[in-house]
Each structure stands twice: as C-alpha cells, then as structure tokens.
Design a protein around this ligand. Structure first.
Ligand SMILES: *Cc1c(COP(=O)(O)O)cnc(C)c1O
Length: 360
C-alpha cells in the first residue's frame, strides 16, 4: 500500500504515527480488552482518555485556567448559532467581519437571533485580502466581535489580532488551530471543527472564557448552551468518543514534535516554499494578496479552466489528491496542514514544474 499526498481542505491528512498508534490500539485499548469505540463514556478508562486530550490541548496551546475546553458536536457550523445564543444576551448585538463563505454563514446565523453589524468585508475583491481594521470601526456596545481567523476557501489569514477595546473577540480557527502560536488570552472564545487540523470529523473544540458562560438567551436549547457542556465536563450526553481520542493522539504528536511553535516554523517553511514557487511560475498564480496569505490553504490558478482540469487530473494520477479548488471559487487549492510533511510540498512543486514544462 502506498499513501497519497492529500491536499484536501478537510477532512484532511492525519499524521501516520497517529494512525499507526490508533491501529495498534484498535482491538485492545490500554489492556481494557476493548476498542475506544466500544467503551462506555462513563467508564474510568474513557474518562482518562478525554482528560488526557484536554490536558494535552491545554498544554500545547498554553490555555489559561480561566478558559473552559469543551468537546462538542455539530461541527463548526453549529457554533455559528451557539455563539450568538450564548454571548448575545446583553445588548443583543454583535460585530462581524466578513472575509469569506464561513464568516458570511456565521453572520447570517447570528442575524436570526440578534442584531448584526458588518464592520468590514473583503467581498469587493472576492475575499482575496483581510480588511484593515482599527478600533474606531467596532461598536463599543457590541456583545462580541466575530472573525474567521483563517479563510479556508479563499486562503487568507489574519496576521494580527484586531484591537476591539474591551469587546471580546470570538474567532473561528477551524482551519488554523495548532498551526501557529496563538495567545488565547486575547480572545473571548476560540472554536474549531477538528477535521481540518486536529483529528477526524465529528468533534468541535470550543475554548471559552469562564465569564462568558452562563448568560445564554432564554430560547437557547439545552444542547446549544455552553454552560450545559462546561458543567458536565463535555459529558452531558454521549460525546464523540473516538474522535476525541484521536484528537488526543494528535495533541501528543504535536507535543512530541516540539510543540506548536515548531509546527509554526515548519508551516512557515512549507508555505514560503510553495508561494515562492507560485510567484516565480509562468503558469500558476496565487490568488491572494501576499501579505494576507494563509499558511494552511493556498489557492492558485492557471487562468485557463481546461488547463486547471488537466492539472488536477494528472496530479491525482501521480498521487497528489484533492487539489481542486472549492466549488465556489474554481481553480486549485493546496491545503498544507500540520500533517502534510515538507516532502509532500516539495514533491508537489516538482510535479508542478514538470507540468509547466510539458504544457508550454
Ligand atoms: C470547514 C469550516 C467550517 C465548517 O465546519 P463544519 O465542521 O463542516 O461545520 C467553518 N469554518 C471554517 C473556517 C471552516 O474551514
């Protein structure tokens, strides 16, 4: 069996070491005689697994003690509703920055429950940049500000945290969590679906500052209230047990690699290599302004839809899969998350160079 280089935006590659360990532990988890999948979530064995996952995440992200770590279901998309329901009860209004499809969806969902103000948008240039933001643009009486830290589809990312004064920032980090060092204390809340850079689909991690929990709107369903999950150690009901276990293994892998700062260095190296190549290519071009380029998702085009399709097909045949851009954008996109080795990016660049020569 040979493994492909998978450039999917999500679900995406996982480290081979993690998959091998899961394989080894599949039938007998730690001498329990069962798979993690078969365990009661109320068992001592499983409690140790979820406790370990939380402890490792706290360690590698340096999460302060006044933040809860919650393992939730419903994907990042459910957070689009949970955020306004839980944080929008004071003034019933929030500021949103629109930088792509996911932030648009987050804003639309919030508008079902509270008043939403669009602070800025990069829709005018197909979301190819991050709008310049300064404190005067934000509403001092907003209950929170929502930003999408890395825009998976368009390939942009924030390089600095906006100054919103005392208004807490809520951020969707689905496609960049654990890819670079983040100062958690600068945020009211961070959420991320696991399937981009953390583990399998099925679990969403929410990191929530204590004081923001417990003020949900009255209409909030029990399962959508952060307090429900915070008060019950993410075990109000059956959590996505296996997905949490794999996340724990990924956190351990990152710790062994040297931590998030080491991942960041490797990610910067991979991204620099890829963008340098794009900038010097006469066939392929990046679609994002250089200063806002994502470390994780790199969209690119040839400018010719037929040539794009030929490239995607030939790349797939050569073992470079899922390079097709998002259906709303077209072209190509290489998602190069933590689990994508440097060699994978190097091999892709070599393949692209050869494609260029062959298709001159
Ligand atoms: C993938 C993605 C989502 C949606 O995640 P689901 O878990 O499928 O709901 C939301 N936000 C961002 C930034 C994403 O990349």
């Amino acid at each position: 069996m040979s493994r492909v280089y998978n450039f999917s935006a999500g679900p995406s590659m996982l480290p081979v070491e993690v998959l091998e360990r899961a394989q080894k532990e599949m039938l007998d988890q730690g001498g329990s005689g069962q798979s993690v999948m078969e365990m009661s979530h109320r068992s001592k064995e499983y409690q140790a697994i979820i406790d370990n996952a939380e402890a490792k995440l706290r360690k590698i992200m340096e999460i302060p003690d006044n933040y809860k770590v919650l393992f939730l279901q419903g994907g990042a998309s459910t957070q689009f509703a949970m955020v306004p329901l839980n944080f929008g009860s004071k003034n019933k209004k929030a500021d949103y920055v629109t930088t792509g499809q996911w932030s648009k969806k987050a804003k639309a969902e919030a508008a079902r429950y509270i008043e939403v103000n669009e602070v800025a948008s990069s829709a005018d240039k197909t979301f190819s940049y991050i709008p310049k933001l300064d404190k005067s643009m934000f509403s001092p009486d907003a209950d929170y500000v929502h930003i999408t830290y890395n825009n998976t589809i368009y390939g942009t990312r924030y390089t600095k945290i906006p100054d919103t004064g005392s208004v807490p920032i809520v951020t969707d980090m689905s496609s960049m969590i654990l890819s670079e060092v983040v100062d958690v204390s600068k945020f009211g809340m961070i959420y991320a679906g696991a399937q981009k850079n953390m583990g399998p689909a099925g679990v969403t991690v929410a990191i929530v500052r204590d004081d923001l929990i417990g003020n949900a709107l009255d209409i909030t369903p029990t399962m959508l209230n952060y307090a429900t999950h915070a008060d019950n150690g993410s075990m109000f009901n059956t959590p996505p047990t296996y997905a949490i276990y794999i996340c724990g293994l990924v956190y351990e892998w990152i710790e062994k690699m040297g931590g998030v700062s080491v991942m960041q260095k490797i990610n910067e190296e991979k991204a620099a290599m890829f963008y340098d190549y794009l900038d010097n290519s006469s066939m392929f071009k990046g679609t994002v302004v250089p200063e806002d380029r994502s470390l994780m998702n790199a969209p690119f085009v040839t400018g010719d839809a037929d040539l794009d399709a030929k490239f995607i097909a030939e790349a797939k045949a050569a073992g470079f899969v899922n390079l097709k851009g998002h259906r709303s954008v077209g072209g190509m996109r290489a998602s190069i998350y933590n689990a994508m080795p440097v060699e994978g990016v190097k091999a892709l660049i070599e393949f692209m160079k050869k494609f260029e020569t062959d298709n001159k």
